[in-house]
Write a protein that binds this ligand. Structure first.
Ligand code: UDP
Length: 497
């Protein structure tokens, strides 16, 4: 669909936050917007800019896109040596919000000088102060939080129903109201910053401001595609006055090998070495295991995952990253793990070129923590998922993957009594089974082995992968939604002039 109004002067300002799960999709989004002829300014700090500068330089240099960087000088909380970006620890979280707030003043000063005058702000959800900025400068503010429609609708409905206030225990199951499917969770499985049952006043205040700014935003940008979660997309749109744009999966904007390989942190494996290893494997035979940018599994749990992959008998790529790897490295050496699995298992210690790996035909399954980006990247690869959620909205994503889309298997799901009946979660815990080696092995076999059920699952995953690609092509739903979004911004601008 052609844009009818002259869009030459459109200028969108993007403000991503530092967590890789938010930063990476927003940088992709910048590229997708700039590909439509819109000028894009990415607001960042020098420490963060280093992480995506080469990507932006390539977008500008090779493709002539108009992407600019606005680097603000602010005092940042000292990063810990382990790059734990999830900020799950209270003090980290508070530091994080403090740094996020400190950007307002320098940003507003620079904002006045931006040329042409910005037409909208697309800000990560943590930058609640952008609501004031947008009002000051008379432009719309769009929020982005890296969630899909299903998890967004879940939180929206939980907050609207005020249900969370009446549920005291973290382990009491409850059904999320107003959803197209019966999704049962516990309070412990939905992120604390949305339920604000945390007792820390400073944190509560930050969460309250974020929720308010989220509610009052002009619209929401979603990294998803309508065909993936149609009912959730439709219901969420309705709840947000239609101002919801599903424009993903944004990772698909990376078509060149170099763009797939250089996403986020610097990969700790050479891309050619990685491709060579994958090339040596049969199509669909390799399990890829990675737990996102900020996993917090213990070293012994991590080791169990490796042992489970090993005993499954399938070739695997196992990423050990996101935290301090020295302890697990020691366990690997003691176990002679790499020596034993030479040729069959590729262990990546540090950052993996995930999209490059997942888009290789050798990959047949993805063991994931169900972060939304990883979920979508797995969907794009057209492979079934093995789910091991740990926090944030990951349990909700797991529900979507396993229960709604039926393209995944829960790790631990395969655990049964001697008579074949399934263990309850509680039994699994008391019997000390936990999600360990045998469970990983069983889940891998369930996903990778033949059989009607596995075949059906693989077929559904493959078809969704195709649909994802179509959504991003010209004429596809996400491509069209991007057009609608740009038109909306254009009309808003025209209405002001
Ligand atoms: N990622 C990567 N290499 C790694 C770990 C993560 O490229 O070794 C990327 C992954 O492709 C995804 C993002 O980091 O785009 C992680 O986002 P996700 O939402 O899956 O999880 P989070 O890290 O936010 O929990």
């Amino acid at each position: 669909m052609a844009l009818s109004v002259d869009q030459e002067q459109l200028h969108f300002v993007l403000i991503p936050q530092k967590g890789q799960g938010h930063l990476i999709p927003m940088i992709d989004m910048a590229k997708l917007i700039a590909q439509r002829g819109v000028i894009v300014t990415i607001v960042t700090i020098p420490l963060e800019a280093a992480k995506f500068k080469s990507f932006v330089d390539r977008a500008i240099g090779c493709r002539g896109l108009q992407i600019r960087l606005l680097q603000l000088e602010v005092a940042t909380a000292k990063p810990n040596g382990h790059e734990k970006e999830a900020a799950t620890v209270l003090s980290q979280l508070k530091d994080f919000f403090k740094t996020a707030s400190s950007l307002q003043e320098p940003f507003e000063q620079s904002f006045r000088k931006l040329q042409p005058a910005p037409s909208c702000i697309i800000a990560d959800i943590v930058f609640d102060w952008t609501s004031e900025t947008a009002i000051k400068f008379g432009i719309p503010r769009i929020v982005f939080d890296g969630f899909g429609c299903c998890s967004r609708l879940c939180y929206h409905n939980i907050l609207q129903s005020k249900l969370h206030g009446s549920i005291m225990s973290d382990s009491e199951p409850f059904v999320i109201p107003g959803l197209p499917d019966k999704i049962e969770v516990t309070k412990g499985k939905v992120p604390m910053h949305f339920l604000s049952h945390n007792s820390d006043e400073q944190l509560k205040d930050a969460i309250h401001r974020i929720n308010k700014a989220d509610e009052t935003a002009y619209g929401v940008m979603i990294n998803s595609f309508q065909e993936l979660e149609p009912k959730y997309a439709q219901m969420y749109k309705k709840a947000k006055n239609n101002k919801v744009w599903c424009i993903g999966p944004v990772s698909l904007c990376n078509q060149e090998t170099i763009d797939k390989a250089e996403r986020g942190n610097k990969a700790s494996i050479d891309k050619n070495q990685c491709l060579q290893w994958l090339d040596s494997k049969e199509p669909g035979s390799v399990v890829y295991a990675c737990f996102g940018s900020c996993w917090n599994l213990t070293s012994s749990d991590m080791m169990e995952i490796g042992l489970g992959l090993e005993s499954s008998g399938y070739p695997f790529v196992w990423v050990i990253g996101g935290g301090d790897i020295s302890e697990i490295d020691k366990l690997l050496t003691e176990n002679r793990f790499e020596e034993r699995n030479k040729g069959r298992g590729l262990v990546i210690k540090g950052w993996a070129p995930q999209v490059l790996i997942l888009s290789h035909k050798a990959i047949g399954g993805f063991l994931t923590h169900c972060g939304w980006n990883s979920t979508l990247e797995g969907v794009c690869a057209g492979v079934p998922l093995l789910t091991w959620p740990m926090g944030a909205e990951q349990f909700l994503n797991e529900n979507l993957i396993v229960q709604v889309l039926k393209i995944g298997v829960k790790v631990g799901e395969a655990e049964v009594h001697a008579d074949g009946t399934k263990l309850t979660e509680e039994e699994a815990m008391t019997e000390g089974v936990g999600k360990k080696k045998q469970e990983v092995e069983k889940a891998v076999k369930k996903v990778m082995d033949g059989g009607e059920e596995g075949e059906e699952r693989r077929k559904r995953a493959r078809e969704l992968g195709e649909t994802a690609k179509k959504a991003m092509e010209e004429g596809g739903s996400s491509h069209f939604n991007m057009t609608l979004f740009i038109q909306d911004m254009m009309h808003y601008k025209a209405g002001r002039e």
